[in-house]
Write a protein of this length. Structure first.
Length: 269
């Protein structure tokens, strides 16, 4: 049995099939970890959701910001952007069971020596804290309150964590950290405009470079940051290779850290 972690797919289903063929993935024997952003901007969001759902327990995926954007839009609290490719999901005959399945995915996954998140962790959170905070959001997403929640999910404020946060502000900070974070200050103040791999505002740095980060003792698998590229180290596996932009789709076999990559046709316009 092997576990393969795969970077952001974003509806590029053909590329996902190709890399699974390359590694010899067998759903009866192996497991697939997906770092989120299954959908949007690529050509096959609907069929990507169907494929991953039908893999059952052999696939574990965490929610990314594009997955949440789909849920917000489907709930009537968001609007489609020009670059979105979610119409096929929103008009599908199996839309509701697919959305229910998506809402039941985790925001953070911890297992043995690895953790998986779409974007990152604030420096004051260790992985056990992240599990519990993610569960607060997951509980609401899977409850009858999920429609109300989507009305309050968007927003950049508050931009930092405080233990005393309550209500929608608390849940929004958790979601923003786990699904949108790239850079922050030493005390965990987030900034969302910067997407490049260099030239950040003064006082900001990649979340994983913050001195004294509490999650540093666990190897964290994440995506979200395509301009960062693929970076593998002892404690970090950044695996968004920018498949959507015509670069690479990456898979890492966690048992031995072997990296597999395929070239991707450009899907985003």
């Amino acid at each position: 049995m092997a576990t393969y972690a795969v970077g952001d797919v974003q509806g590029c289903l053909q590329s996902l099939h190709e890399i699974l063929d390359l590694v010899g993935f067998n759903s009866q024997r192996d497991r697939l970890w997906l770092v989120g952003d299954l959908v949007n901007r690529g050509p096959e969001s609907l069929n990507t959701l169907r494929f991953v759902r039908d893999l059952g327990d052999s696939a574990i995926t965490v929610l990314g910001n594009h997955d949440l954007h789909l849920l917000i839009t489907a709930g009537g609290s968001g609007r489609l952007h020009r670059s979105d490719t979610l119409d096929d999901v929103l008009s599908a005959p199996d839309r509701e069971p697919l959305l229910a399945w998506l809402r039941s995915r985790k925001l953070f996954h911890l297992e043995d020596d690895y953790a998986m998140v779409h974007a990152g962790l604030l420096p004051q959170w260790d992985v056990e804290r992240a599990v519990h905070l993610a569960a607060e959001v997951e509980e609401v997403l899977q409850s009858p309150r999920h429609g109300e929640f989507t009305q309050h999910m968007y927003g950049n404020q508050p931009d930092h964590w405080e233990d005393g946060l309550e209500g929608w502000d608390r849940l929004r900070v958790i979601i923003n950290a786990l699904t949108r974070l790239r850079i922050c200050t030493r005390d965990g103040r987030m900034e969302f405009r910067s997407k490049g791999a260099t030239n950040w505002p003064d006082g900001y740095m990649p979340w994983f470079d913050v001195p004294g980060r509490q999650s540093a003792n666990t190897a964290i698998v994440f995506g979200h940051w395509s301009s960062l590229g693929i970076r593998i180290s002892e404690s970090l596996l950044a695996i968004d290779g920018g498949c959507l932009w015509g670069r690479k789709l990456c898979a890492v076999r966690l048992e031995d850290r072997r990296v597999f990559q395929i070239n991707c046709p450009q899907a985003a316009v």
